[in-house]
Each structure stands twice: as C-alpha cells, then as structure tokens.
Design a protein around this ligand. Structure first.
Ligand code: B12
Ligand code: SF4
Length: 479
C-alpha cells in the first residue's frame, strides 16, 4: 500500500498575466491506470501548483500530513527551474522519499535530468506502464529494478545509468480507464485563464480522444509517438457522459494533437453528440489539422457544440511549410477559417516567426496571411527550438536548446535563427499583434462573436496588451 503524491508545477506568470492552468489530465490518467492495475493498493493525492501554488511552509505542512511513499512530478521543459526548486524542497523535507519525474520534459531530456541528484527516476514517453511498473517494483523493495520497465531511467548505486526505452507497443486508448477526475477539484480552475484564449473561467475538463500524430513537424515534441491511436466514437461519448453525469461538466477542451486525422470518426462523434441530445460546448485550443477540415465537418462540429477552434498555420510561406514539414495546404486552411467563422465558431490562429534562415519576405507572407484571414484572434510566437526536437538538433547544441526554451522565449527575441536580427524580429512580432488586433473590422467581429462574454473579453484584452507591453519593454540583447 503506497501513498502516491502527484505534483503539477506552477506555470510561470508575468506581470499582468492572469494565472492560467488546465486540470492535469496526465496525472489523473496515471492515477486511474494504477487504480485499475493495482486495485485498492494505493492512495493518490494530486497537488497542482498551476492552480494553487503553495509556499514552502505550506508544503512542509502538506507533506507531513500526506506522508507520501513516492513523489511524482509532471514537467514541461518550460518548468525546468520550477522543477529544480521543487525537487530541492522535497528532498530537503523528505530525504528518503523517491522522486520520479515524467512528462514532456523527461521525454525530451532523457537521462540528462538525472544529473539533478534529487531526481531518483525519470519515466519517458507515455507514462502509464512505467508508472505502474515502478510502483510494483518499489512495493517489492526493489529500488533499482533491472527488469525492463517502460521508459524508466535511474542512476544505479555504482553510478552507471539504467535506461529502458518506452515500450514500442503503445497502449490501446480504448482500454484506458477514464482519468481519476475525483482527484481534481474543478472549482480550483474555474476562475483561472485556460488554454482556450476566448474563455476565462467556468467548470470544464480537458479531454484527449486520441494519442499520437503521424506528421513530423520539425519543432514538435514527441510524447505519444507517431502512430495515431484514436478512441472509438462511442468511447468518447461515454467519457463525455461520465463527466456530465458524475461531475456536472458540460464544457470541454479537446486537446488532441490531431483530432480530425480520421475524418469519419470526427463526423461520427458529432453525430452521436447530437443524437444523444448532449447539451455541451467544446473548444479545440490545441488546434485541428486544418487542411483536413471541410465545410461539412465544420458545420457538424458547430452543431455539436464547438465554439472555438485553433488553426495552427505557423507559416504563410509555402516553401517554409515544406521545410518545417508541416505541409499545410494554405489555400484550404484559409477557406476553412472563413467557413468556421461563418458557422459562428471563434477562430484563433497560431503563427511562428523566426525559422532558421527565414527572410523578411517570408515573415511578411505569414503576417499577410493572418491579416487577410477571417481569424478572430492570433498568437504570433517566436520560433523556439525545444530540446529533443528536430529543429533544435538542426541548429543548436542540447545546452543551447535547454537555455532557449524558457516560457518567455516565445516573446523575447534573445537570439535569432532567421535572417533578421533579434531586434528586427521582435519589432515585427509587436507590429504583427498590433496590426492584427487593432483592425477595426476585426475588433467588431471579436466583439460580436466572443464566446466568453464582454467582461471576459475586456479582461483578456487588457491582460494581453499589458503582457505585451511588459515583455516588449524588456531589454533585448543583440547577438
Ligand atoms: C494541455 C497542454 C498545456 C496546458 C497544461 C500543461 C500541462 N502541465 O499539462 C497549458 C495551457 C498550461 C500549456 C502551456 C504550454 N505548453 Co502545452 N500542452 C498541452 C497539451 C496540448 C496536452 C497536455 C496533456 O494533458 N496531455 C495528455 C496527457 C495524458 O499527457 P501528459 O500530460 O503528457 O502525461 C502523459 C506522459 O507525459 C506521462 N507523464 C506526465 N507526467 C508524468 C509524471 C510521472 C511521474 C510519470 C511517471 C509520467 C508522467 O504520462 C502521462 C500519460 O501517458 C500538450 C500536447 C500533448 N500532446 O500532450 C502540450 C505540450 C505539453 N505543451 C507544450 C508547450 C511547448 C507549451 C508551452 C510552452 C506553449 C506556449 N507557447 O506557451 C506552454 C508552457 C506553459 C508554461 N508557461 O509553463 C509542449 C511541451 C514540450 C516540452 N518539451 O515541454 C507539448 C507537448 C505540445 C507539443 N506537442 O509540442 N500546455
Ligand atoms: S505540430 Fe501538430 S501536426 Fe505537426 S507533428 Fe506536432 S502534433 Fe502533428
């Protein structure tokens, strides 16, 4: 019997930025899987600092009360410094308690994370099997399990490293239990900003109806592999109904990497939502593969309750679409944005500027695409080569990539991989936001269609501009 503490880290917040957080689907999924595989053996507690950060004194009290047998932390690469601080604090307070780190950062960095002596284990990739394998081993008193446990890595007593790759055979997402939603205090998230930028607050849950993506965009990370594994439409509906009936949740963020890769599955999910009379609303804040949409699917999504879709366009240059391996059909994307906007869906674009060797003309193409589109909102991110990505391997050393991947590097051009220097790049980014949002026609459309209501819209607009002013008035080092 183990008491397992699962920890989510605080997203770094900047002046003027509303706290934002998403109920931790990954941690809730791990707990549910372990409950199924090790029935009645463990007790789980989730503390998500993204929603409710604790001061060190509060941690002292909570750890004393919980007395965990194992501490499991989920981390993104942008969480690196928060992770290091938390590991130091936990080791100081509970030196004998093993600490495990999983999630995208552990997947991207691999054994390098073990250079932090406070981290006892890392689990890379899809985490369920590794998590349960480790709990089983620790229960038997085996602190250095040599049998192959999916994705598990640790330092042996003699200083050598045990590393087992994530299982090649990936999980069947149809057989996974529903996440342990009972461990999530949904109310903690109800007044925070969420991943869907057109919305603040309210009770909602993130759901992932598929794992994996067969595309290989060079800037993307790889937690779930390239094999697309999708839940059957009825399984998706059962999950939605479970959340409605057990937790009163009727608002969902569908955060798949590529929900609509299987066109007929997507249509069938919409059909079932309508057939069963489910009164729900949902958004796609992580994007859809937007050149695989068409009028019919967009209409069905809107009828089923879709109110916000992110269009991850990234670049308006056809040449760059090829070199970054996104390979979007830009004309189709443009039509689909217009079509979604006509259906009353709030449309949000993601764009990236500053790819290796990108010219001013290519950046202009991206910006022109955004300005001339029917998008309601957009983010213009600076390109950040995250460790472990093909992009980082192409242009940076691992250390440089680790330094580059801070949560503010999307907005502060410290370096430039493009033909522009950091100052020019930064200027173009500021100009992009201003020209995009200060267009009177777009402002009128935003006011008319914003799904979160006027109060949320005003808060959001003020926050965005305060944040941009703060970040853009920081010093930019020209290299
Ligand atoms: C929801 C989401 C968010 C949410 C919540 C993040 C969170 N803490 O989970 C918010 C909106 C906050 C967010 C923000 C960002 N995000 Co985000 N986000 C996602 C998204 C779409 C879904 C995450 C999710 O719930 N997945 C489903 C669950 C089941 O998976 P999971 O959490 O990874 O957990 C599994 C495994 O990783 C593992 N695992 C996880 N934790 C642990 C812990 C232990 C102990 C173990 C054993 C296993 C384990 O087991 C789980 C089950 O298999 C992913 C894309 C994706 N495909 O996952 C991107 C993703 C995580 N985000 C990413 C990025 C880059 C960002 C941003 C930097 C984007 C930006 N432009 O600002 C910011 C950074 C935030 C900050 N400032 O700190 C990258 C991370 C890359 C990296 N190396 O860190 C991803 C992978 C997207 C991508 N494909 O590039 N994001
Ligand atoms: S960016 Fe999207 S389409 Fe490209 S590999 Fe990642 S998940 Fe797939």
């Amino acid at each position: 019997m183990a008491t397992v503490l699962l920890v989510g880290l605080e997203n770094v917040r900047h002046k003027g930025e509303t706290r934002y957080a998403t109920p931790p689907l990954g941690l809730a999924g791990l707990a549910a899987f372990a409950r199924e595989k090790r029935p009645k053996k463990d007790t789980f507690v989730i503390i998500d600092e993204a929603a409710k950060p604790l001061l060190p004194d509060q941690w002292t009290e909570r750890l004393a009360a919980i007395n965990p047998d194992i501490i499991c932390i989920s981390a993104l690469t942008t969480d690196s410094s928060a992770l290091a601080k938390k590991v130091a604090l936990f080791k100081h307070l509970l030196p004998e308690t093993p600490i495990v780190v999983g999630g995208p950062h552990a997947t991207a960095l691999g054994t390098r994370l073990l250079e932090n002596p406070g981290i006892d284990y890392i689990v890379a990739g899809e985490g369920e099997l590794g998590f349960v394998g480790l709990l089983d081993a620790l229960e038997k008193g085996d602190r250095y399990p040599e049998n192959p446990i999916s994705g598990l890595k640790f330092v042996r007593p003699d200083g050598s490293i045990h590393k087992n790759p994530p299982n090649k055979e990936l999980l069947d997402v149809n057989t996974l239990p529903f996440p342990a939603w009972d461990l999530i205090p949904f109310e903690d998230y109800s007044s925070l900003a969420r991943m869907t930028p057109s919305q603040i607050g309210g009770f909602y849950a993130p759901i992932m109806t598929s794992r994996g993506c067969p595309f290989h965009c060079i800037y993307c990370h790889d937690v779930f592999g390239s094999k697309f594994r999708a839940m059957k439409p009825m399984r998706v509906i059962e999950h939605i109904e479970h959340l409605i009936n057990q937790f009163g949740i009727a608002d969902f963020e569908i955060i798949d990497d590529i929900f609509n890769l299987d066109y007929n599955r997507a249509l069938e999910i919409c059909r079932l939502i309508q057939e069963r009379g489910l009164k729900i609303r949902f958004s796609f804040p992580n994007g859809l593969r937007t050149d695989l949409l068409d009028k019919r699917l967009i209409h069905e999504l809107a009828q089923a309750g879709a109110y916000h879709i992110a269009f991850a366009v990234e670049t308006g240059s056809n040449r760059l679409q090829k070199s970054i391996k996104k390979n979007l059909d830009l004309e189709k994307v443009r039509q689909n944005i217009a079509c979604a906007a006509e259906e009353g869906i709030f449309t949000w674009g993601f764009f990236m500027i500053g790819f290796p060797d990108e010219s001013k003309e290519q950046i202009k193409k991206t910006l022109d695409f955004a300005f001339s589109s029917k998008l309601h909102g957009a983010f213009f991110f600076l390109v950040v080569p995250f460790p472990g990505t093909a992009l980082a391997k192409q242009c940076l050393s691992e250390d440089e990539a680790l330094c580059a991947a801070s949560d503010i590097s999307y907005f502060i051009a410290e370096n430039s991989l493009s033909q522009l220097n950091p100052k020019e790049l930064s200027r173009m980014q500021t100009m992009a936001f201003l020209r995009f949002f200060l267009n009177p026609l777009r402002m009128a459309r935003i006011g008319r269609d914003y799904p979160g209501g006027w109060a949320a819209l005003i808060t959001k607009a003020i926050n965005l501009f305060k944040y941009l002013i703060w970040i853009k008035t920081r010093r930019v080092t020209v290299h």
